[in-house]
Write a protein that binds this ligand. Structure first.
Ligand code: NDP
Ligand code: 2IT
Length: 444
């Protein structure tokens, strides 16, 4: 049995109750086959893959807090420090009732390769809690965040592990967590990214994941001789990534006709009104039914259905496994040209294969949504040098990073005879740097 297969068997045995992690690990290991096969003896002797799939350490802790009625609530907190071969652990904190160790591990594992692709010195980590911010008052969210950070602060630090936002964690939550970190540790340091602009945050971090997604999508389209101008785009999600993806797509002359949340979706043939969407989601924290009520051109539908709409480009920006095989078939039948992932692992493995086999240009999340964490690393740099860059400076660096990522993953795929397979290209390019760093640093 080859080394990749040996490791896959062990990973499946050891993590049988973690389907999302297994999905992420399988996708990566399968696509690394040509690289591993070329150095099989060395990698096996060094147990490189076994070391890569096993986190450096993982923390699980109780998060007690008091709600507005005086009732004590208890949530579970997690932080997985996956791999710091190329820099401090870096990755977001997800607050969603579905959060469990398998989901945090899948996200942390993917983060290793994504962070490597940015070209910046950041390792992989992820954390979060099964706390649901929906329907909670600001005071309850603060109580949770303070309790969460009271434990988390023992494990993080500006040169150790730097968390950030993810689903359910935005500027409000990062602010409360940062305040608590400072109370306990008495240091002003770049321990979190996505901070408010008045206390160490970076301009353009809020926009970065969505904008970065469009920069790489534009480069992909351009390299295939086309432009974003006049393209019809389907976006899922209505959170941080989706909103700024829609905004940048419109700035590029495309028209985004859909968005969605966890209860329903919008079809707006006139193009999504970003200002209204921001008002509904960022300010009122309301459902998309409110968008439809204020926008005569929009239709609201319950459930899921974004991928049924005819489009040239599809950008899944909500959550994992939200684009299934049947959706991929519909997209292909409707003539989709490109699918680029704003979310982490939104497309199932069979749907990805179907899209690739049917000639769709497909860029996975590790490359396509790397603009968020890349700009987080730029925030860390600004914190270290105690300077703030202008929006234009940060945005220009972000664009450069995304264009670079496209060419790196394209080149890596070509080097291994898989031209156009950007999923394999991203996994290979991300892996090479981490693997070299691990080998250079010995058995650890
Ligand atoms: P937000 O919390 O801002 O928004 C998430 C959006 O997805 C919301 O519209 C939410 O709907 C919807 N959603 C969440 N869970 C589900 C579900 N189970 N079914 C259907 N819809 C769902 O998160 P982000 O925009 O920050 O994150 C979106 C994705 O992008 C995630 O996969 C995240 O890991 C990834 N990502 C985020 C980055 C960042 O910088 N924020 C960077 C790179 C990747 P509702 O409003 O109803 O909850
Ligand atoms: O999935 C991701 O890359 C993020 N949620 C952003 C992580 C970060 O550290 O900015």
């Amino acid at each position: 049995m080859g080394y990749v297969d040996e490791v896959l068997v062990k990973v499946k045995e050891k993590n049988a109750s973690e389907p999302e992690f297994l999905q992420a690990a399988e996708e990566v290991l399968e696509s690394l086959r040509p690289v591993i096969d070329a150095n099989e003896e060395l990698y096996r002797r060094e147990a490189l893959l076994e070391r890569l799939v096993e986190p450096d350490r993982q923390f699980k802790f109780r998060v007690p807090w008091v709600d507005d009625k005086g009732q004590v609530q208890v949530n579970v907190g997690y932080r997985v420090q996956y791999n710091n071969a190329i820099g401090p652990y870096k990755g977001g904190l997800r607050l969603h009732p579905s959060v469990n160790i398998g989901i945090i591990k899948f996200l942390g594992f993917e983060q290793i390769f994504k962070n490597s692709l940015t070209g910046l010195p950041i390792g992989g980590g992820k954390g979060g809690s099964d706390f649901d911010p929906k329907g909670k008052s600001d005071r309850e969210v603060m109580a949770f965040c303070q309790s969460f950070m009271t434990e988390l602060c023992k494990y993080i630090g500006a040169d150790v592990d730097v968390p950030a936002g993810d689903i359910g964690t935005g500027a409000r939550e990062i602010g409360f967590m940062y305040g608590q970190y400072k109370r306990i540790r008495s240091v002003n340091e770049g321990v979190l990214t996505g901070k408010g602009l008045s206390y160490g945050g970076s301009l353009a971090r809020t926009e970065a994941t969505g904008y970065g997604l469009l920069y790489i999508t534009e480069e992909l389209i351009k390299c295939h001789g086309e432009s974003m101008e006049g393209k019809t785009v389907a976006v899922s999600g209505a959170g941080n990534v989706a909103i700024y993806a829609i905004q940048k797509a419109h700035q590029m002359g495309a028209k985004v006709v859909t968005c969605s949340d966890s209860t329903g979706w919008i079809y707006d043939p006139e193009g999504i009104d970003v200002a209204l969407l921001k008002e509904v989601k960022e300010v009122k924290r309301a459902r998309l039914t409110e968008y439809a009520a204020m926008r005569p051109s929009a239709e609201y539908h319950e459930g899921r259905g974004v991928w049924q709409v005819k489009c040239d480009i599809a950008l899944p920006c909500a959550t994992q496994n939200e684009l299934l095989l049947e959706d991929a078939k519909q997209l292909v039948a409707n003539g989709v040209k490109a699918v680029c992932e704003g979310a982490n692992m939104p497309t199932t493995i069979d749907a990805t294969k179907y899209l690739q086999e049917n000639g769709v240009w497909f860029i996975g999340g590790k490359a396509a949504n790397a603009g968020g964490v890349a700009t987080s690393a730029l925030e860390m740099t600004q914190n270290s040098e105690r300077l703030s860059w202008t929006f234009e400076e940060v945005d220009a660096k972000l664009k450069g990073i995304m264009v670079n990522i496209y060419h790196n993953i394209d080149d890596a795929a070509k080097r291994y005879g898989m031209e156009g397979n950007y999923v394999a290209g991203a996994n290979i390019a991300g892996f090479e740097k981490v693997a070299n760093a691990m080998l250079a640093q010995g058995v650890c």
